[in-house]
Design a protein around this ligand. Structure first.
Ligand SMILES: Nc1nc2c(ncn2[C@@H]2O[C@H](COP(=O)(O)OP(=O)(O)OP(=O)(O)O)[C@@H](O)[C@H]2O)c(=O)[nH]1
Ligand SMILES: [Mg+2]
Length: 204
């Protein structure tokens, strides 16, 4: 499918409190770089990376937003059209974890995804290299179960498990793309003989 029209572009949004490491995980994943120097993101920025997911070539467009409150209003229109949302917190900051519920709700309000109950959220606990941890793996997983999100943790600094959450975001984003974009074009309605509920995964 992707070979005829060029790569599919998937929009992945990174949100979470200021300083949790959103820009750092994006830079680690895309540019393989890390800096200890903190420069707060102003507004939004995106980086692209083309990867292969289950036979489809996709371009991941990763949108890095500002966690600082006074820049948040600039970011919210950019939530629209996202295929996946990555909620980032710092495992050494309970406050940054508690704030994710608000970030998620704001995303659902501003982003207006077509099917909010089925929209994919990836939760990423960053800074696992630090010893003063305040959020346990268990607590984070519990909340992820509640919101039907998927949990990953790692360290942008030490380059630990940064790739996995992005690959999963791409996979889940691709599912969203196929579900909504192809349904809109009528592809599934015309060709798919399966019951409507099971069409999302249809390959016919
Ligand atoms: N120890 C440690 N420090 C990290 C890690 N990731 C990021 N940092 C540091 O945390 C600080 C904030 O990182 P950023 O990536 O700028 O955070 P942000 O979420 O983009 O912040 P805003 O742009 O203000 O929303 C920087 O000083 C980083 O060097 C990590 O995995 N481990
Ligand atoms: Mg930033």
């Amino acid at each position: 499918m992707s070979d005829k029209k060029g790569p599919i572009t998937l929009k992945v949004i990174l949100i979470g409190n200021s300083g949790v490491g959103k820009s750092s995980v994006m830079n680690r994943y895309v540019n393989h770089r890390f800096t200890n120097m903190y420069r707060a993101t102003v507004g939004t920025d995106f980086l692209s990376k083309t990867i292969n997911i289950d036979g489809d070539t996709v371009t991941l467009q990763i949108w890095d937003t500002a966690g600082t409150e006074r820049f948040q209003s600039l970011g919210t229109p950019l939530y629209r059209g996202a295929h996946c949302c990555m909620l980032v917190f710092d495992v050494t900051s309970k406050a940054s974890f508690s704030a994710l519920d608000g970030w998620r709700k704001e995303f659902l309000i501003q982003g207006e995804p077509k099917d909010p109950s089925d929209f994919p959220f990836i939760v990423l606990g960053n800074k696992t290299d630090l010893s003063d941890r305040e959020v346990s793996d268990k607590l984070a997983r519990q909340w992820c179960e509640e919101i039907r999100g998927e949990y990953f943790e790692g360290s942008a600094k030490e380059d630990l498990d940064v790739e996995k959450p992005f690959l999963r975001a791409a996979q889940r984003g691709l599912q969203q793309y196929k579900k909504h974009t192809l349904e809109n074009t009528g592809h599934f309605q015309i060709t798919c003989k399966q019951p409507r509920e099971t069409r999302n995964t249809c390959e016919c």
